[in-house]
Design a protein around this ligand. Structure first.
Ligand SMILES: [Fe+2]
Length: 194
C-alpha cells in the first residue's frame, strides 16, 4: 500500500498519531476498507491513489480540533460539535497547500467525506454525483468503522448490525449503489474488533 501513498502522507499520518492515536488507527482501517470497496467498484490508477490517500487522511483536519474534544467520553454539545465539524474543510485546506503531489483529488475527498447523498450533509450540502466518488466510498467505510470499532462513549456493534444501519441509510446518507457493493463483499473482507 505504501506505493499508493503521496510523498507527504507518512508525515501527516505521524502528526495525526501524535494528536490522537484512536483517530489515526481509525483512519488506517478506513483506508483498508475504502481500498477494498473501491477495488470492488472498479476503481483503478490515479483514482485509486486518491481514494487510498483520501481515506487515510480523511480526518487530518482534526489536527485543528482540541485534543480534549477528540477524547471526550460522550456525545458533544452543539458548539463543540460545530468545532469538530470544521475538520472536513480544515483538512481540505491543509492538503491544498501541498502543490504538485496529486493532492487536489485527495483534498476533494477529504473535504466531502461528511456530505450526504441526499444533500443534507456538511460542509457544502453537496448531493449525489456532485459528491466526489471517492468521498462517497470513504463515507461508507468511515461509518462502518465508527460502528464496528466503537467510540469512547459507544460500544462496538457487530458486522450484521453495522450492515443493517448502512442499508437503512442507503439513499439518504450513502450512495445506494456503493452500499450494495459493500454489502455484496461480505464479512470476510473485514476484521471486526468486537
Ligand atoms: Fe470525519
Amino acid at each position: 500500500m505504501l506505493s499508493q501513498r503521496a510523498d507527504s502522507v507518512p508525515l501527516l499520518k505521524i502528526l495525526l498519531e501524535q494528536k490522537n492515536r484512536a483517530t489515526a488507527e481509525h483512519c488506517e482501517r478506513v483506508m483498508r476498507y475504502s481500498v477494498q470497496l473501491a477495488c470492488e467498484a472498479g476503481v483503478t490508477g490515479d483514482a485509486m491513489h486518491a481514494v487510498a490517500n483520501g481515506a487515510l487522511l480523511h480526518d487530518i483536519g482534526k489536527l485543528h480540533v482540541p485534543s480534549d474534544l477528540l477524547a471526550y467520553p460522550g456525545p458533544l454539545e452543539d458548539d463543540a460539535m460545530a468545532l469538530v465539524r470544521t475538520h472536513a474543510l480544515r483538512g481540505e485546506d491543509l492538503l491544498r497547500r501541498f502543490p504538485g503531489l496529486r493532492m487536489k483529488d485527495i483534498a476533494r475527498i477529504v473535504g466531502a467525506h461528511h456530505e450526504w447523498f441526499d444533500g443534507s450533509g456538511y460542509p457544502r450540502g453537496l448531493a449525489a454525483r456532485a459528491i466526489p466518488y471517492g468521498a462517497r466510498i470513504v463515507a461508507i467505510c468511515d461509518a462502518f468503522d465508527a460502528m464496528t470499532a466503537g467510540r469512547c462513549y459507544q460500544r462496538p456493534r457487530s458486522y450484521a448490525a453495522a450492515i443493517e444501519e448502512l442499508v437503512a441509510c442507503s439513499g439518504t446518507q450513502f450512495d445506494p449503489e456503493l452500499v450494495r457493493t459493500f454489502v455484496g463483499m461480505g464479512e470476510r473482507y473485514f476484521r471486526i474488533s468486537s
